[in-house]
Design a protein around this ligand. Structure first.
Ligand code: ATP
Length: 241
């Protein structure tokens, strides 16, 4: 893949008023690659993701996507360019049905027939959701809601899917469902994944490469296969913000 493919973040600085949360982050996600940003609470992971999807405007730095700088573009425009962001916390519209929630992921798609075909195909892979399309999303279990928000993100047909702590708060069984879905997506190699995790083992399972973030800066980058041999180092970085 050439340098103008995929996502490239350079010297990113993001602040909330006087308080700087991300202090010069440089990272890349190649097409078809899965990358994790690992770090403790408050390290700046979510802030980085929100800058990529246009929800926060950086103080400085570049966010290059397929060669174009995303800085200053609207979230809708960035979504249209092929980046879908699944936020932390299973943000479903609880009163709306599961199907209505899924359709929201498709609202920017022009080819409605292709969108419907994608919906049908995705539902085949999510047996827990399919029988519940007409139920209120708020009735789903936590894990099913997490599946729903990931599915909603996928239905925008992204080239880059951003997941913020996809396994947070799920039971071990539901974590396995999320892992399986992510593994399926990775095996297809059509999509790049960028995800945030606090758990090194989970980050390593879901990705090819891991960046370690602490206090707004990247401390380390390693292959996911190297994570289990470096848990002491990682613990030092993950101990605090
Ligand atoms: P978490 O796992 O808690 O989401 P994180 O690594 O994603 O952790 P961020 O949420 O990016 O961390 O937060 C980075 C820093 O920015 C923290 O010091 C946090 O307190 C601060 N911060 C986050 N959101 C805001 C906000 N809306 N206003 C002010 N400060 C914020």
């Amino acid at each position: 893949a050439g340098a103008d493919q995929g996502l490239q973040i350079r010297d990113l600085v993001v602040a909330y008023g006087p308080s700087t949360a991300v202090r010069g982050v440089t990272l890349r996600v190649q097409p078809g690659e899965a990358v994790a940003v690992l770090g403790a609470n408050g390290a700046g992971k979510t802030t980085t993701l929100r800058a990529v999807s246009g929800l926060l405007r950086p103080v400085s730095g570049q966010i290059l996507w397929q060669g174009q700088d995303l800085v200053g573009r609207s979230p809708a425009d960035i979504l249209r360019s092929g980046i879908a962001h699944v936020p932390e916390g299973r943000m479903v519209f609880a009163q709306q049905t599961v199907e209505e929630n899924l359709r929201l992921g498709q609202r920017l798609r022009k080819d409605k027939a292709a969108a419907q075909a994608d919906m049908d195909r995705l539902l085949e892979r999510l047996p827990a959701l399919k029988p519940r399309l007409r139920e209120a999303a708020g009735n789903l279990s936590g894990g099913q809601q997490q599946m729903l928000v990931i599915a909603r993100g996928l239905l925008s047909n992204p080239s880059l899917l951003i997941l913020d702590e996809p396994s947070l708060g799920l039971s071990p069984r539901l974590v396995e469902e999320v892992v399986e879905l992510v593994e399926q997506l990775r095996s297809e190699k059509t999509l790049a994944l960028m995800l945030v995790e606090q758990n090194p083992a989970m980050a390593a399972r879901l990705t090819d490469r891991v960046y370690v973030m602490q206090n707004g800066v990247l401390r380390s980058e390693l292959a996911s296969s190297e994570v289990s041999g470096n848990l002491d180092l990682l613990d030092a970085y993950l101990g605090g913000p």
